[in-house]
Design a protein around this ligand. Structure first.
Ligand SMILES: NC(=O)c1ccc[n+]([C@@H]2O[C@H](COP(=O)([O-])OP(=O)(O)OC[C@H]3O[C@@H](n4cnc5c(N)ncnc54)[C@H](O)[C@@H]3O)[C@@H](O)[C@H]2O)c1
Length: 253
C-alpha cells in the first residue's frame, strides 16, 4: 500500500513508538489520527504537524471513543486505510509478594484489558470501517498491532504484560486469515527495548545493563526504527499474518 495520501489511526500516538510512527508516516505524506488518552501531548503533536493530523481523545478499551476517533478521521480525511496500535501499559507484579500474599487481580486484568482487549477492539472497529469503503486498490487496509518480546521471553513480574502481549501475537493469524477476503492485512511487531517514556522510569544502571545485553547494536532501539518498520509493512503488500521482532537480537534471560 502506498503511504502517501492514506489515513492511519495511531493509538498511543501521543508518545513513544506511536508518536514516532505518526511523525514518520506524516513525513511520507500520510494523514494520521492520533488516538490517545493523553490530551495535552496529543493536541501538541497534532498542532505541530498541522493539517495532516487530528487528535482524538480515546481509550482503546471503549467502543464509543474508538468509533468517534475513526469517524472524526473519516470526516476530515474522507477514508481510513489502516491502524497502528501502540497504546499499551506495563504492569509489573509478582504472583506472590515477599510476604506470600497473592497478586492483585484487578491489576492483572487491567493489563489484559488495555493491551489485548483494547487491541482487539481497535482492530474490529477499524476493519468494519475499511470494509464499508469502496476502493479498487489491491490493498484495502492494513492493521499493525504491537506486541513485545515479552510475549516470548517474559520475565518474573511480567505475568499480566507477557500474557497480554502473547494474546496480541495469538490474534495475528486468525485475524489475518479472516480479513484476507476483504484485502486487509494484519501484522504484529514485537519490539525489544526501545528508548521511550515507558522505559524512562528504569534507573540508569539497569538501563545500561539492558543496553549491554543487546547483541548488536548495543543500545536501546530508537522509536524511529519502529516507525520505519511500520512504513515498510504498509508498503510491502506480501507481508501478512506474521509477527516481526525488532530487537537487535536480544533474548531476555
Ligand atoms: N518501549 C519499549 O521498549 C517497548 C517494548 C516492547 C513493546 N512496547 C509496546 O509498544 C507500545 C508503545 O510503547 P511506548 O514505549 O511507546 O509507551 P509510551 O508510554 O511512551 O506510550 C504509550 C501511549 O499509550 C497511551 N495509552 C495508554 N493507555 C491507553 C489507553 N487505554 N487508550 C489509549 N491510549 C493509551 C499513553 O497515553 C501513551 O501516550 C506499547 O504497547 C508497549 O507495550 C514497548
Amino acid at each position: 500500500m502506498q503511504i502517501k495520501n492514506k489515513t492511519f489511526l495511531v493509538t498511543g500516538g501521543a508518545s513513544g513508538l506511536g508518536e514516532a510512527t505518526v511523525r514518520y508516516l506524516v513525513a511520507q505524506g500520510a494523514n494520521a489520527i492520533i488516538a490517545d488518552l493523553n490530551e495535552e501531548a496529543g493536541h501538541k503533536l497534532a498542532s505541530e504537524l498541522s493539517n495532516n493530523t487530528i487528535f482524538a481523545k480515546c481509550d482503546v478499551t471503549s467502543e464509543e471513543a474508538v468509533q468517534a476517533a475513526i469517524e472524526a478521521g473519516v470526516t476530515k480525511f474522507n477514508s481510513l486505510n489502516g491502524s497502528i496500535n501502540c497504546a499499551g501499559i506495563v504492569v509489573v507484579q509478582k504472583l506472590l509478594d515477599r510476604e506470600g500474599n497473592p497478586a492483585d487481580l484487578a491489576k492483572f486484568s487491567k493489563g489484559i484489558e488495555i493491551n489485548l482487549v483494547g487491541t482487539f477492539n481497535v482492530a474490529r472497529l477499524v476493519a468494519a470501517q475499511i470494509v464499508k469503503q469502496q476502493t479498487d486498490e489491491e490493498d484495502k487496509g492494513i492493521i499493525i498491532n504491537t506486541a513485545s518480546i515479552a510475549a516470548f521471553d517474559g520475565q518474573v513480574g511480567q505475568g499480566s504484560y507477557s500474557a497480554s502481549k502473547s494474546g496480541v501475537v495469538g490474534l495475528n493469524l486468525p485475524l489475518a486469515r479472516e480479513l484476507a477476503r476483504y484485502g486487509i492485512r494484519v501484522m504484529t511487531i514485537a519490539p525489544g527495548v526501545f528508548g521511550t517514556p515507558m522505559m524512562s522510569k528504569i534507573p540508569d544502571e539497569a538501563r545500561h545493563a539492558l543496553e549491554q545485553s543487546v547483541p548488536y547494536p548495543k543500545r536501546l532501539g530508537a522509536p524511529e526504527e519502529f516507525a520505519k518498520l511500520c512504513a515498510h509493512i504498509i508498503d510491502n503488500s506480501y507481508l501478512n499474518g506474521e509477527t516481526i521482532r525488532v530487537d537487535g537480537a536480544i533474548r531476555m534471560a
